[in-house]
Structures are given as structure tokens and as C-alpha cells.
Design a protein around this ligand. Structure first.
Ligand code: S6P
Ligand code: ZN
Length: 190
């Protein structure tokens, strides 16, 4: 019988115990309260909290050069549970620099919400739960929010030429926010 090369181990693994990717070309970084000035409505509450508190971590693999057309990047984000002045822990949120590039999010663990906002500042909020798959069209800003009591973990896949434009959200924000109500998350005008 002809013999073939043995099966190779996968180049990347998701470690559900840590929420991190493991393998080559993986970079992990955390966003702490100190990095999130101006993100939450209640800035006084944010600055009164322990600045080293990790709000979210992102573990991403960049198998091709950033900006290259035709490749894909993949990242796993873990957002810790918590609130600041009644507003849930969340990501900064961004448009893509190449604004018409899309992205997929796939929720792995926890409970949360995906806030989507188009260029006319019209918003839609999708519930995230294990298994929920979210298509983020081009020209739509996206932010994720942990509305649960446990870490929210999701995978994301986006084009390697998309880039991230944080400045537009830093200046203008999203037009809505998610706050903790008596019966769960409530969408309020920002
Ligand atoms: C990248 C993708 C995610 C986010 C991550 C953190 O296009 O949307 O990996 O980078 O969830 O959010 P943010 O808004 O701080 O980049
Ligand atoms: Zn994105």
C-alpha cells in the first residue's frame, strides 16, 4: 500500500479555558479601564475604578501582512462581565478603514449584544448567545457588549485589508448605549 505523509497538527487552536488562540502569528492584547477614557457615558465612574481592571482581551492571528488584499484575519474576544455607571462592559467599537469591508462574528460563550450602526447613525442591536452568528455588512460600525454575568467570548473573521478606524467612534460615538435595567439590557439614546 502506498504511504502518505502523516496528518499534521492544526496550526491554530482556540483554548476555551482561557479564551485565547494558540499558535503561530497570534497576538494577544488587553484593554483595561485606563485605556477606555471617553468610551463610557459616566467618565467619573470609570476614572474612580481600578485602572488596571481588564475589560476585554483580544487574541488574533494575522497570517498575512496587514493591509494585504485577499487574506483573512481571525480573532477571539473575551469581554469580562461588569458595568460602569450602569452601562455594561463593552468594546471601543470601530468602522473599518476600508469602510466597505464586512466581518463575521460567532458567539462561543456567554450572553451579550452586538451593536451595529450605519453611516447615517441608524442602529440595530442583535442578541449574542453561544452559537449565534452575526454578519456585519460593510459601512457599519460594530461594538460588542457583555450583558451577562460570565465572560462573553466570540470569534471574528475579517479581511486583511479592512483596517480599523477608531477615530470616528472616538469623536462621534454610537447613537445608542446599552444599560442594565431591572429585567435585563435596555437600549437608550446616547
Ligand atoms: C476586528 C474585530 C474584533 C475587534 C475586537 C475588539 O475587526 O471587529 O476582533 O477588534 O472585538 O473590539 P475593538 O472595537 O476594540 O477593536
Ligand atoms: Zn471589525
Amino acid at each position: 500500500m502506498q504511504s502518505f505523509a502523516p496528518l499534521l497538527d492544526p496550526q491554530l487552536m482556540f483554548d476555551s479555558s482561557t479564551g485565547l488562540l494558540k499558535g503561530e502569528h497570534v497576538i494577544s492584547e488587553s484593554r483595561r479601564l485606563a485605556d477606555l477614557a471617553g468610551v463610557f457615558a459616566d467618565e467619573a465612574a470609570r476614572s474612580a475604578m481600578e485602572p488596571n481592571t481588564v475589560v476585554y482581551s483580544v487574541s488574533s492571528t494575522f497570517p498575512v501582512e496587514n493591509g494585504k488584499v485577499g487574506g483573512l484575519f481571525f480573532g477571539c474576544t473575551t469581554i469580562q462581565p461588569g458595568t460602569i455607571g450602569g452601562e455594561y462592559f463593552m468594546t471601543k467599537g470601530h468602522f473599518h478603514t476600508k469602510i466597505d469591508t464586512a466581518e463575521f462574528y460567532w458567539c462561543l460563550e456567554g450572553e451579550g449584544a452586538l451593536l451595529l450602526m450605519n453611516e447615517s447613525r441608524s442602529c440595530r442591536v442583535e442578541r449574542m448567545a453561544p452559537g449565534s452568528l452575526h454578519y456585519i455588512p460593510g459601512c457599519v460600525a460594530h461594538r460588542t457588549i457583555n450583558t451577562g454575568e460570565k465572560p462573553l467570548i466570540f470569534g471574528a473573521c475579517w479581511p486583511s485589508d479592512a483596517g480599523h478606524n477608531y477615530e470616528r467612534i472616538r469623536i462621534h460615538g454610537f447613537s445608542v448605549r446599552l444599560v442594565k435595567g431591572g429585567d435585563g439590557p435596555v437600549v437608550v439614546e446616547a
